[in-house]
Write a protein that binds this ligand. Structure first.
Ligand SMILES: Cc1ncc(COP(=O)(O)O)c(C=O)c1O
Length: 450
């Protein structure tokens, strides 16, 4: 999920793939589905929107039979590989349980116990169907506990498809010399402006800005939500010192600290970013990697906060499909693999190898570059210095990045066509050669005359 939609992508310099069947499918689908897709970000223009027939390992195939090595991985959920038999066999057992009954199953506690064992800040869990739902519930709990409706987000953050958080930092139009903060606007139309009054937006890694905001508005702020690694913004990482300051400031002002680990959870470490950094939130959200692509999400946190979900006088949470046996069975199998094997180490090692090969290609072409975040979900920024916040994206050569990313599908590689989305790695990438992949990137760079 990128920060800003770019509809109708300009075509790559030398399109070489056949996309006739995908284009015909688009014409048909657009009659019954707005833009011919089920998510606006999946629309890449009438001529380039892809329709997938199959995915396996780290690869997928489109309707025209084109094969891609995938670095989007569904925007993060695929952690082991597409069609992983360990997970799919478990999901089949979930199907055999018969469906939703509007009653609890023993699977719920089994997955919750695994999460509690793996994630240091999780003492209790509630399940949801999407990251958006998990984040919405986290905010509801935080507001109930703090008694305050306002909350703070980070510039460049994305926290889901609901009105409270659908506020976008417009870095594209920001003038670094203006001395002003970038404009924050709704993600499109239909979002009540009243929600804007409830949010504060600060740059990452700027504890002074956060302190000032808490000082001025602390009595209205109930929660601070952030991704410790900006999974929707080049994987720009928080520093550990910043997260420690954040923890201390939230404690000082009685503000609930929420880590949105929808992308980082069960990916950057068994216990998520909170384990990597050694800083614990009060509440945290998970979704993508927890079931290798099956739809399930979770809110977790310290008992003192989660216990606000306490009956009809407390915070309400639930839904017809929450705790669905298919998602839970898949989550149990995925989490066991991640907990009991070195899968995450393999993923990080392969990601580092790919970075090494890509670094050689960029250096040879004289392109200043830096890899950001974690090797299992890394950003590529065409700038020399490590970025501190989304503001540093403005000074990077993101147009060059986008030109390369748009041409790569013709060479069989599929990153997101937006410089802000990281390259995701799964265990199945291990079967592929990083040198060969970097070679494709070199070919594209050569076609661009670099
Ligand atoms: C950090 C983060 N939080 C929340 C969400 C929303 O998750 P979902 O798409 O499952 O609703 C996303 C989606 O990309 C995300 O990246």
């Amino acid at each position: 999920m990128a920060t800003a939609p770019k509809l109708d992508l300009p075509p790559p310099a030398r399109p070489t793939r056949k996309l006739g069947r995908s284009q015909a499918q688009h014409r048909r689908a657009a009659k019954t589905l707005p833009l011919g897709v089920s998510d606006t970000y999946r629309y890449w223009g009438d001529a380039q929107t892809l329709y997938v027939t199959r995915a396996k390992g780290a690869q997928l195939w489109d309707l025209d039979g084109n094969c891609y090595v995938d670095f989007r991985l569904g925007w993060g959920p695929i952690i082991l590989g597409y069609g992983d038999e360990r997970v799919d066999a478990a999901a089949r057992k979930g199907i055999e349980m018969g469906g939703v009954t509007a009653l609890a199953t023993a699977l719920e506690a089994e997955v919750a116990e695994l999460m509690v064992a793996m994630v240091p800040g999780v003492e209790q869990v509630r399940f949801a169907n999407s990251g958006s739902e998990a984040v919405a519930t986290a905010l509801r709990v935080a507001r109930a506990v703090s008694g305050r409706d306002g909350f703070v987000m980070i510039e460049g953050a994305f926290h889901g498809m609901f009105d409270s958080v659908l506020w976008r930092t417009q870095m594209e139009s920001w003038d670094p010399k203006s001395g002003q903060a970038p404009v924050v606007a709704p993600f499109g139309r239909g979002i009540p402006v009243a929600h804007r009054d409830l949010i504060g937006v600060v740059p990452l890694n700027d504890a002074d800005a956060l302190r000032d905001l808490f000082r001025q508005e602390g009595s209205r702020i109930g929660a601070f939500i952030l991704e410790p690694i900006l999974g929707n913004c080049c994987s720009i990482p928080a520093t550990q010192a910043y997260l420690k300051d954040v923890r201390a400031l939230c404690d000082e002002y009685g503000i609930v600290l929420i880590f949105d680990e929808v992308k980082t959870g069960f990916r950057v470490a068994r216990g998520g970013a909170q384990e990597l950094y050694g800083v614990l939130p009060d509440l945290c959200t998970f979704a993508k990697a927890m079931a290798n692509g099956y739809p399930i999400a979770a809110l977790g946190g310290r008992r003192a906060f989660m216990s606000a979900i306490s009956g009809f006088d407390g915070v309400l949470h639930g839904g017809t499909f929450t705790g669905h046996p298919i998602g839970l069975a898949a989550a149990e199998a995925t989490l066991r693999v991640l907990k009991e094997t070195d899968a995450l180490q393999q993923i990080a090692d392969w990601g580092r190898k790919l970075q090494g090969e890509l670094a050689g290609v960029f250096a040879k072409a004289g392109i200043p570059h830096i890899f950001t975040g974690h090797p299992s979900m890394f950003g590529i920024m065409f700038r020399e210095k490590a970025p501190r916040s989304y503001r540093d994206w403005a000074g990077s050569d993101h147009d060059l990045y986008d030109s390369i990313a748009r041409a790569l599908p013709d060479y069989g590689l599929l990153p997101e066509p937006d410089s802000r989305e990281p390259w995701f790695v799964c265990q199945a990438h291990n079967e592929l050669d990083p040198e060969e992949i970097a070679g494709k990137v070199a070919e594209v760079i050569a076609t661009l005359g670099r």
